[in-house]
Structure formats: C-alpha cells, structure tokens
Design a protein around this ligand. Structure first.
Ligand code: CO
Length: 156
C-alpha cells in the first residue's frame, strides 16, 4: 500500500451505522478487515471508525446523540451507504476548478478531517451521491490547516 497521493483513488466508502461497536466487530471478525482507528468527532456529533480494505478504507459513522445530522439521516433512511471519498493531490485547487465548472460545493474550502483535509460536494451535482474529497498526505492544505507532520495524524 502506497502513501503517495493518487488523483481519484477511492480513499474510503462510508456507511452510517446504529451501533458502531457491533459494526466494527462485524468488519473485523466476520469480514477480516483491520481496525485503523475509532474516534469521537465532537464537532460533527459522531463517532467514526476507519478500517483498512486493501488500498482503500471503510468508514463507519454513528451519531453521538439524537439530534445530529447523522442521527437525522439514520431516522429518515436507516443504516447504509452515506458517502464516497476520492483522493486528490491539491484540494484547494481542485475545489476552485470544480466551482468554476459549476459544481455545487458543500465546503468551498478544505476543512479538517480525521484523516486529512476534506471537502464535500453536493449530491445534486454528483448524480445523487454525496462525494467527499480528501487531500493526499503532505499536500498544501495539510500545512495550511496546521496538521504539521502528515505521519502524526494517521496514527492518532
Ligand atoms: Co468520509
């Protein structure tokens, strides 16, 4: 597995789950995947887990309360697919290019994600799919958002 940024690589596929511990157990014990990390993200009112799946990952997301956006998603749609994340080399440049092309952006600028700088594109512009972009390790947004050494965050 390479850490080199690759434009368009599927970085992860994310599902919303009700019980994240049970979902982690399923992915590890039944599917044989490796848990990379599980952390609370208080700003999003969610707990997330990343599991390694070859050169890509699976992200599990579960709400920390009854009122978060993810809790509302669960209530409305139940468990299941939530978003697809593609890796880019320079997220800021990519967002400017997409905006100029008329793509509807949820985040016009890179925002801090657990695994690196990210931004979401609106499903209305993406065939009904919520698409997240993540900048590969060491890209310009990493320093801009104050990540410091790219290696550190991946181990947190
Ligand atoms: Co994600």
């Amino acid at each position: 597995m390479s850490d080199d940024p690759v434009h368009g690589r599927i970085h992860h596929v994310a599902s919303v789950v009700r019980d994240i511990d049970a979902a982690i157990d399923f992915h590890v014990r039944v599917l044989g995947l490796t848990l990379e990390q599980a952390v609370d993200v208080p700003s999003q009112e969610v707990r997330i887990a990343f599991l390694t799946a070859g050169d890509s990952k699976i992200e599990l997301v579960s709400p920390l309360n009854e009122t978060s956006g993810v809790a509302r998603f669960l209530a409305a749609k139940g468990e299941g697919f939530h978003h697809l994340c593609l890796e880019v080399v320079d997220l800021g440049a990519e967002l400017r290019r997409l905006k100029a092309g008329g793509i509807q952006l949820i985040n016009a600028e890179p925002v801090p994600g657990v695994e690196g700088p990210v931004a979401f594109l609106h499903p209305k512009s993406c065939n009904g799919v919520l698409i997240e972009l993540i900048e590969g390790p060491g890209g310009p947004a990493w320093a801009h958002l104050g990540y410091g050494d790219p290696g550190q965050l991946r181990l947190s």
